[in-house]
Design a protein around this ligand. Structure first.
Ligand code: AP5
Ligand code: ZN
Length: 215
């Protein structure tokens, strides 16, 4: 199964991606996680990506598209994949289509997790993430069992640098301008499905499974 997760920052893409990837045994590919790993390892890509990410801007398409093509060429993606945070521009979507269509394949579902803007700020500022395994928590909506510690690997949780109020607002503007057009893009390809992301985390996952079951 080849799935794309769409939705604004804080919609719950990363949270749901972990469960979807486990259930359907497909690799979870998050461009945000790949960039953050490069930043923590201070690679040349990480140094460039950081400039944009700290400001809530998109990393340029030229850097992002090749990175994803390389990842999708790996053996574990043959059985399918779950893309989280890519594509984010029409140019990225077209490049992905070209890459997949060249192999005679296609995207099965572009799954939009819908959450209104007014709920997002609280989600982002209360988010805590695990720098080691990438798990995402929320101080109110999804608190870890041991305060400040990852429930999966035990590492100390941190707050993302781009999760402050000002940068979140900038990221939302970038989403509206550059990423939202992808909703119409995938609708016109008849692969768009929408779930209500305002419900509880388990309920959203249930809805995602029924949508994927129908495909
Ligand atoms: P990225 O890491 O992809 O961030 P994002 O899209 O802004 O999404 P988030 O990770 O912030 O949110 P999410 O939807 O995964 O929400 P989560 O599950 O954590 O990208 C970061 C940056 O990298 C970009 O700004 C850009 O600079 C760069 N980048 C990445 N990809 C790129 C690309 N393709 N092109 C160019 N640049 C790129 O949930 C959020 C919080 O809410 C958590 O605390 C969670 O516990 C809580 N929560 C989740 N679901 C629920 C629920 N149902 N009810 C209550 N709380 C919930
Ligand atoms: Zn962890």
């Amino acid at each position: 199964m080849k799935i794309i997760l769409l939705g604004p920052p804080g919609a719950g893409k990363g949270t749901q991606a972990k469960s979807i990837s486990d259930k359907y045994s497909i690799p979870h590919i998050s461009t945000g996680d790949i960039f953050r790993k490069n930043i923590s390892e201070k690679t040349p890509l990480g140094v460039k990506a950081k400039e944009y990410m700290d400001k809530g801007l998109l990393v340029p398409d030229e850097l992002t598209i090749d990175l994803v093509k390389d990842r999708l060429s790996q053996e574990d993606c043959k059985k399918g994949f779950l893309l989280d945070g890519f594509p984010r521009t029409v140019k990225q979507a077209e490049a992905l289509d070209e890459f997949i269509n060249d192999k005679g394949e296609k995207i099965d579902t572009a799954l939009l997790i819908e959450v209104p803007r007014e709920l997002i700020l609280e989600r982002m500022t209360g988010r805590r993430v695990c720098p080691s395994c990438g798990a995402s928590y929320h101080i109110k909506f999804n608190p870890p069992k041991n305060e400040g510690k990852c429930g999966i690997c035990g590492a100390d949780l941190i707050q993302r640098k781009d999760d402050n109020e000002e940068t979140v607002m900038d990221r939302l503007d970038v989403y509206d301008k550059q990423t939202q057009p992808l909703i119409a893009y995938y609708k016109s390809q008849n692969v768009l499905s929408i779930v209500d992301g305002t419900l509880a985390i388990d309920k959203v996952f249930e809805d995602i499974c029924s949508v994927l079951g129908e495909r």
